[in-house]
Design a binder for this molecule. Sequence first.
Ligand SMILES: Cc1cc2nc3c(=O)[nH]c(=O)nc-3n(C[C@H](O)[C@H](O)[C@H](O)COP(=O)(O)O)c2cc1C
Length: 351
Amino acid sequence: MPCLTPAYRAVRPLLFQFQPETAHGLAFACGRAFQSVPGGTSLLATLAGAPAPDLAREVCGLRFPSPVGLAAGLDKGAELLPLWKALGFGFVEIGTITPRPQPGNPKPRCFRIPEEALILNRMGFNSEGAEVVARRLDRRPAGLIVGGNLGKNKLTPDEGALDDYRAAYRLIAPRVDYIAINVSSPNTPGLRKLQAPEFLKPILEGLLELRKELGLERQPLFVKLAPDLPFDELDAIVEAIAASGISGLIATNTTLDRGIVSDRNRARVEAWGDGGLSGAGLYGKARAVRNRILDRLPKALAFQACGGIGTAAQAAEALSDGAALVQVYSALIFEGPGLVGELNRGLAARS
Ligand SMILES: Cc1cc2nc3c(=O)[nH]c(=O)nc-3n(C[C@H](O)[C@H](O)[C@H](O)COP(=O)(O)O)c2cc1C
């Protein structure tokens, strides 16, 4: 019963009257209300349609009901897990979660360009902190794979990054199915520098050690990369990751490249200031990065494709390029909750 998309198209003009963060707050309030009403999520699940059984797949020892997942940043605090499951997502990456709470950057810090299905954000890891999110995860629903995306606090100096990742890992890892290390947000000063092998290697070693100490050896660990790395640097990073013993890679995060915005909107975007761009125009760049990575990544490591994916054809293309899973964020904002069912049905029809 695919009626969610027309319903969203009807309310979208009203929702987009509000600033993105206000609209986000309203949508989350509705989501929380839906979750608290008995039968609310079951109704939603009926409207959205469950993923076809043959979409299920095993990746890194985990059984994903669908390869379509929600990318990090939308549900940073794991507030709407039952709702995401009802919409048909096979998995959700929560976060980015920082060890200690922090407010993120001053507002406004998120902007949309609806006619290009693009978003600019400089949220800067607004996070309730790992303790609050860990408590919420204790009540997570069954039947949905949850990844925990971890970051460092803004005020932590670069040399303290490993301690931050370890502090967040200790609280979050025992409560999720996989962990993603975010070293690619452009909105925390210096963070992307940590992608370089000389910084990345000790972070991964330190986390693998902690994983062992906590008895979580079988839990997959991923690193999330930016789309803006020169290919020679990207190659060295992929080599270091392949040698590190972690499970795989997620690419990509948002881009700093204003070239993905059309000429007529470029000045407007420049005027908004700093931040990373995501959405439709990122697809080509993210695909080029993914194919560069997949050409070099040993087959034993898993790859999650992210960046500009908004149609079943693009999701199918990412999977046939060699991705094990796909993640979406911006397209959900522009297309609405019916997108998940559309992607699932489109992938099932192609399989
Ligand atoms: C408003 C906003 C906030 C985001 N916050 C995070 C975050 O906290 N951590 C993260 O790893 N990625 C974050 N992202 C990046 C997305 O997870 C994704 O990598 C990026 O948006 C590209 O995918 P898309 O084109 O499907 O949106 C954010 C994206 C947006 C639009």
